[in-house]
Design a protein around this ligand. Structure first.
Ligand code: NAD
Length: 440
């Protein structure tokens, strides 16, 4: 390929489609070889990738490895261990009218050329995990990193071609014009992670070609805290989940929903938990991240006066720093409750009890995650049965997405489709129905 004239999207897709048509991506040996190469990239160049994540988001090396690099390595290892088993044809019972000699089964066919569009908040994990799933399913893949995490985008565009089959994997960097041009092409699946407004643009473009989509979106993920729970454990776990990556996590607890007495008891415990994690001056903590850009910084600062500050509240625009902040006495109509926060601000909203909490959640868009802190089995059962969310976490925020055997995805406004582990194979394959009847 000519180094000086970037390949046009139509040419990239045609090139990858030719590779797919040649059959090269189908054998399981090719798939596992790609996964092993990707693993090698992460172990060999992991420190460079961590440096890029630090440049983009002030992510500490510990956090970069834990939530992006090692996370992806674990997902690769899980896939390598189970892939052949997952791909095994599955037999189906045949009705008697077809005769005793008829057999039926399903087989996973790769889809073809897949487009993966990634966001900026976990710019490595959220590009590489769909990529490895699409490769494991035997597809050729175009990946589009987020232009809002430019250092990571550059690093991935440099590294991926060094390790993977460049006839089957292409990295296209850029922003809206480049993504729009890509979306005009015909893909066999589009996997988009980001916000719902762009999700709609992606789905409209996909409709032109009847291309199926997976939309991994966001929203306001509530955390319900019951008065019977051990509140210092709750405060500690919520603070860890909320302020990871400075709150810029799609499954971060967005707000706390509890009764007034529990809210009062939680307030000092939140302040204590923040101090235990980041010290009395979080701005000096190497473990605490930064806001991705000035636009998001200004948006988040505008949410800081939505309630009484329990801890935090200060910010530094030049450093894109916003303190881990907890707000109490927050009105459900306050600005902080009108949009997904996607930053280090945790509002506490009070309800009279469980019934009102269920009403509150069901009155709003279906969240990507819902977290419940209670010792009561009855309360757990009721919340599981009476609310709908992409995932449900009892006692621990975020962790469900680290379980490779669980599907990760949203419902309603928080998205459609899911992935991770064998669910990535489901997403990036067609399950073909096969019936066979002997001729004699
Ligand atoms: P973003 O701005 O990086 O956008 C995501 C991608 O969409 C980028 O690659 C970008 O280039 C592309 N894009 C932006 N505008 C476009 C347009 N007009 N046309 C075509 N493509 C366009 O990321 P974001 O949307 O700010 O990400 C934050 C949102 O993503 C939050 O709502 C968050 O909850 C959600 N999110 C969800 C998950 C998940 O797994 N469900 C993970 C992370 C983030």
């Amino acid at each position: 390929m000519n180094q000086h004239t970037p390949e046009q999207p139509a040419d990239t897709v045609a090139r990858l489609r030719a590779t797919f048509r040649s059959g090269r991506t189908k054998p399981v040996e090719w798939r596992t070889a790609q996964l092993r190469r990707l693993r090698e990239m992460l172990t060999t160049d992991g420190a460079d990738l961590a440096a890029a994540l630090h440049a983009d988001l002030g992510k500490s090396s510990t956090e970069a490895f834990r939530t992006e690099i090692d996370f992806t390595v674990r997902e690769i290892d899980h896939t390598l261990e189970h892939l052949e088993g997952w791909l095994h044809p599955e037999s189906a019972p045949v009705p008697t009218h077809l005769g005793a000699d008829a057999t039926a089964w399903t087989q996973y066919d790769p889809l073809g050329v897949v487009l993966v569009i990634a966001p900026w908040n976990y710019p490595a994990q959220l590009l590489l995990t769909p990529l490895l799933g699409a490769l494991a399913a035997g597809n050729a893949v175009v990946v589009k990193p987020s232009e809002m995490a430019p250092a990571t985008s550059t690093a991935l565009a440099r590294m991926l071609p060094q390790y993977l089959d460049t006839d089957a994997v292409a990295v296209v960097e850029g922003g809206i014009p480049e993504t729009t041009a890509l979306l005009a092409e015909r893909f066999d699946h589009i996997f988009y992670t980001g916000n719902g407004a762009v999700g709609r643009i992606v789905m409209r473009a996909a409709a032109e070609h009847l291309t199926p989509v997976t939309l991994e979106l966001g929203g306001k993920s509530p955390a319900f805290v019951d008065g019977d729970a051990d509140l210092s454990v709750v405060a500690d776990r919520l603070v860890r989940g909320k302020f990871l990556n400075a709150g810029q996590t799609c499954v971060a607890p967005d707000y706390v929903l509890t009764d007034p007495a529990t809210a009062r008891a939680l307030e000092p415990l939140f302040a204590k938990a923040v101090e235990a994690l980041y010290g009395s001056e979080p701005q000096t903590s190497a473990e605490y991240g930064r806001i991705v850009n000035e636009r998001h910084f200004d948006r988040l600062v505008g949410l800081l006066d939505s309630g009484r500050v329990v801890t935090g509240g200060d910010s530094d625009r030049a450093a894109k720093y916003i303190a881990p902040t907890v707000l109490a006495d927050v009105d459900p109509k306050a600005p902080v409750m009108r949009e997904e926060i996607f930053g280090p601000v945790l509002p506490i909203v009070t309800v009279s009890g469980l019934d009102e909490a269920i009403e509150f959640i069901n009155d709003r868009d279906k969240p990507l995650a819902f977290y419940v802190f209670t010792d009561s089995d009855t309360t757990r059962r009721r919340l599981a049965a009476e609310t709908s969310s992409g995932g449900l976490g009892f006692g621990l925020p975020l962790a469900h997405l680290t379980v490779s055997d669980l599907p990760f995805g949203g419902v309603g406004e928080s998205g459609m489709g899911n992935y991770h582990g064998r669910y990535s194979i489901e997403t990036f394959s067609h399950r073909k129905a096969i019936l066979a009847k002997p001729l004699a």
